[in-house]
Design a protein around this ligand. Sequence first.
Ligand code: ASP
Length: 311
Amino acid sequence: MMPDFPHRHLIGIEGLSPGEINFLLDEAEQWIAFNRSVRKLDDRLAGLTQVNAFFENSTRTLLSFEVAGKRLGAQVVNMHVAQSSVQKGETLLDTALTINAMRPDVFVMRHAAAGAAREVASVMDCPVINGGDGWGEHPTQALLDALTIRRRKGRIEGLKIAICGDIRHSRVARSNLLALRALGGDVRVVGPAALLPSTAELGGAPSFTDFDEGIAGADVVMMLRIQRERMEESLAERLDDYHALYGLTRARLAQAAPDAIVMHPGPINRGVEIASDVADDPERSAILEQVELGVAVRMACLDVLTRERRS
Ligand code: ASP
């Protein structure tokens, strides 16, 4: 195990120390300028096979893991789940064992079931990176969010950070609560009572059902999508007036700190959780910077987790 990051897999933020989180963020910094240059090719992962298997839809995460691996010189293969034997009833573990037999050097996966990445990691011989497991965790999203905040604000410690919307069904909220609190952020969650997790799950983070009160004075306003795919129908139906109560408009944003930044992991639903003029405001919105830094963070994770087998 490498001393700076003594973990074989990246399944979640849970279990990482603040020093280990900062180590990954520091490692990611080197790739930001590199990714802005014209020729983006490093060879540290040359000869390594990276398999991405996304059993749940993705735009940003899948594409950025593919871009990240290729920029590091890896041979990147994407499994096409819709055309795979998963459709014939193959279990997740049998699929994992099959991929493992092809000897990948790093395996990136997303799945609709919480706990899926941990289960798969237990049978794989290579590092596994969780690209989102149901409403479990989404560690690389939390890392790229932390990096975005650190670069825009110069620090995370002591910042008032409001995570708003569908907290209960969000793996992004779960991983961000763990990461940003570990790094000293003053994190609160804001949303309708039906979309808030239990007090125990919040681990002491304050929660608000009043949006204006929840974002008052916030340095960072992180908006989340309503995860209708993870809700019972009756709950989804009750969310019709969502925009009026919990949509981030320019008027609402005036409650936050005057230099507050707005974040969103994407995909955004314009006019639902966020108004277009807020999402598109380059001064306030960090949404596309999050996407940009996502590639750097994923390069860092691929590099760090494969270091041992390359040494
Ligand atoms: N893209 C993020 C995720 O996969 C957030 C979302 O889907 O709303 O969790």
